[in-house]
Design a protein around this ligand. Structure first.
Ligand SMILES: Cc1cc2nc3c(=O)[nH]c(=O)nc-3n(C[C@H](O)[C@H](O)[C@H](O)COP(=O)(O)OP(=O)(O)OC[C@H]3O[C@@H](n4cnc5c(N)ncnc54)[C@H](O)[C@@H]3O)c2cc1C
Length: 436
């Protein structure tokens, strides 16, 4: 990596999956110097596992061919997806969704995947345990000054905000308008747990959790949904239950919305009372064997659409740009699309002066897709919790509405988007495009 005075200095704020994927993409360009900052003492991501479709795996490989192997080294399990109705008159009926079927996804533990992604990154680029106090614009287009909590400073030409839903970089781009900066409640909550395979099999049965036939199973209930699959080479089971509250409180858009939805064990069981499918009841028993006193689910938040993800030299990616409901794996699919596009554009920078054009091109291509994903993910949430108006738990209508819902992400022509972004950047710079 270049240390020459002409090198373009990139700071990535936030070391989650979006930041790490971007870092991997930028590593191949010797005219960039990169630092990634993370306030936590280590790069950790304890969140639920992630599912990568074959298209998402292709995008990972386009960022860096080695990333596909990172999935395997992280114990990813190739699964077949199955979605069924868990309550109401059509209980047990399967819902077929285009593109989701046999061997369609690799499920991986995010902590294991993040560790693999960062394994080969030179340590001088990674700065865990480093809190940024503020970011200041330097005069005369000299870039940005990062001031750290210990008072030290460092200059950069471009800053990437990858600090997630509750990070501070969104404010750098969108200013003080709380309704744009703060995420808002969606009324959905989610509770992920991970347990060893044998323990899960005791309560959920061996047939539903068979490592020789790994499946990603979703049960659509009355206001809830239950999803389970295998991770860590089939040694662990991940369960995520989601629910939809029927009434949500008005928010003022200024204060932070609630992070947690609390249930007593009885309230939690009651939320699933119309779901009598034995494996689902076993799943609830399993969750209540972990949460014996109080069940704490995460409130799922969403940002409202914003006029831009960029300034002249700051760019938001991942959840800091667009927190959305996580259904259909939209969040992570978009994060890696963004990592590919942004690394391609920054990799083509002929000089510092071209940074605003690269960021504007990124915004023009990526923001509309994220807005579409946010909308579709919200619609999917209502469908898979049986709460879509006029559809409920009717299997035929669910099938009709879910069948094509995922195609926008599954069939993305990422090369077309990459070419479009490059062409916009070149037009803004007034140069002729030659790509690839
Ligand atoms: C219950 C649940 C289930 C989900 N399931 C799925 C799923 O199945 N599929 C899917 O695609 N997505 C899912 N998601 C969403 C997914 O977790 C996020 O989209 C993804 O983690 C976003 O990655 P990110 O790197 O943008 O942000 P994050 O993973 O939040 O990373 C942000 C990083 O920035 C750091 N940071 C925070 N503040 C600062 C600061 N001030 N300065 C510097 N760094 C900072 C954080 O410590 C963190 O390391 C789920 C989310 C939830 C809550």
């Amino acid at each position: 990596m270049s240390n020459s005075p002409s090198a373009i200095r990139v700071a990535i704020i936030g070391g989650g999956l979006a930041g790490a994927a971007l870092l991997r993409g930028l590593l191949r360009y010797p005219h960039l110097t990169i630092d990634m900052y993370e306030p936590r003492p280590t790069f950790r991501d304890e969140g639920p596992g992630l599912a990568f479709t074959s298209r998402a795996q292709y995008i990972l490989a386009a960022i860096d061919p080695e990333l596909e192997y990172c999935l395997d080294r992280a114990g990813a399990v190739l699964t077949t997806t199955e979605t069924r109705v868990a309550a109401g008159p059509h209980v047990g009926k399967e819902i077929e969704i285009n593109g989701f079927g046999e061997g369609c996804k690799k499920n991986v533990s995010r902590q294991a995947f993040l560790a693999e992604m960062l394994d080969c990154v030179p340590s001088h680029m990674m700065h865990p345990g480093t809190r940024i106090a503020f970011v200041t614009e330097l005069p005369s287009a000299q870039g940005l000054l990062l001031t750290f909590a210990d008072g030290s400073t460092k200059k950069y030409d471009v800053v990437i905000g990858a600090d997630g839903t509750h990070g501070f970089t969104r404010q750098l781009v969108l200013g003080s308008d709380g309704s744009l900066v703060q995420p808002h409640s969606t009324g959905f909550w989610g509770l992920p747990i991970k347990v060893p395979l044998q323990r899960a099999q005791q309560l959920m049965g061996t047939q539903s959790l068979d490592p020789s036939n790994p499946r990603h199973v979703g049960w659509i209930g009355d206001g809830t949904t239950i999803i389970y699959d295998l991770l860590d080479n089939g040694n662990e089971v991940q369960i995520i239950v989601f629910g939809k509250e029927d009434d949500i409180e008005e928010e003022d858009g200024l204060s932070e919305p609630s992070w947690a939805k609390l249930f007593t064990p009885d309230e939690f069981r009651e939320a699933f009372s119309s779901n009598r499918v034995p494996v689902c009841q076993g799943t609830i028993d399993l969750i209540l064997s972990v949460y014996t006193v109080q069940v704490a689910a995460l409130c799922l938040l969403e940002h409202q659409p914003t006029p831009t993800y960029v300034t002249e030299n700051i760019c938001l990616i991942g959840d800091s740009a667009h927190s959305m409901l996580p259904f259909q794996g939209a969040s992570i699919s978009l994060s890696i699309e963004e990592a590919l596009l942004l690394s391609t554009l920054l990799g083509r920078l002929p000089s510092r002066a071209a940074i605003p054009a690269a960021l504007r091109a990124f915004d023009q291509v990526c923001r509309p897709r994220a807005e579409q994903a946010t909308r579709l993910s919200a619609e999917t949430g209502l469908l898979i919790t049986g709460r879509a108006p006029g559809i409920g738990l009717n299997a035929d209508l669910l099938q009709q509405h879910l069948r094509h819902k995922f195609e926008f992400l599954l069939n993305v022509d990422i090369e077309e988007h990459r070419a479009a972004a490059i062409s916009i950047m070149d037009q803004l710079l007034g140069v002729e495009t030659s790509w690839p």
